[in-house]
Design a protein around this ligand. Sequence first.
Ligand SMILES: NC(=O)C1=CN([C@@H]2O[C@H](COP(=O)(O)OP(=O)(O)OC[C@H]3O[C@@H](n4cnc5c(N)ncnc54)[C@H](OP(=O)(O)O)[C@@H]3O)[C@@H](O)[C@H]2O)[C@@H](O)CC1
Ligand SMILES: [K+]
Length: 214
Amino acid sequence: MEITVDQMYQIENNGHAMGFLKKFMMENAGAAAVRRLVEKFDVTSKNILIFVGMGNNGGDGLVMARHLSGYGAIVTIQLLGSPDKIKTEESSWNWSILKKMPSVKLLSGDNLHFDFIPDVIIDAILGTGISGEIREPYVSAINYINNSSCFKFAVDVPSGLDPQTGETANIFVKSDMTVTFHKMKQGIPKRKDLTGELYAEKIGIPPEAEEGVL
Ligand SMILES: NC(=O)C1=CN([C@@H]2O[C@H](COP(=O)(O)OP(=O)(O)OC[C@H]3O[C@@H](n4cnc5c(N)ncnc54)[C@H](OP(=O)(O)O)[C@@H]3O)[C@@H](O)[C@H]2O)[C@@H](O)CC1
Ligand SMILES: [K+]
């Protein structure tokens, strides 16, 4: 069953109100995404570059970083902004854990020059919160991703693709694999050319959180 983005936010809020906090959803989302990635790819000693936006899509990317480090990957995060501008409590919380993990390299701002060639790039820039034309520094990050020939993994939806309508913004990621969360959003499967292999993974939200929504 496919749902709307608005229904997804209502279900998320209902689950949170039941006590299944958004930080737990984020944890399960990041963990589920990593499970799909490591099934596809032996990440041990691989260079993984994660582009992280300032909302909760970025937060999922931060969770992935911690899990991937546990799998022996060499993880670099490029936060596309200043750490004190991270928008949500759950994403900031994950950033603060990573600050205590020297195994994950944390970069922030709009520098896009790296001293390694990534084996995998993770796009955790924009998800269901996208609105309007893509702004900098996200535009440059998306260009960087699309100009790279490595394996590309999109968190929830390729950034720049509207998960409700299936329409694209001025620029958008073309990925090899996409993992979306809880249930498929209506616009995403319309653009399999951008999602690559596409999965919808459960993230522990109680089915009761759907009552009155679906
Ligand atoms: N639903 C669920 O159950 C769960 C959802 N989860 C995850 O949360 C994601 C949704 O998070 P979200 O709501 O924080 O939105 P998100 O996509 O990160 O973007 C917001 C940021 O983007 C910015 N921005 C917007 N448009 C822009 C543009 N054109 N160009 C540039 N910037 C733009 C906007 O900036 P602002 O407009 O506020 O200045 C704001 O900073 C969802 O996709 C999934 O991955 C999981 O954690 C698990 C549970
Ligand atoms: K994304």
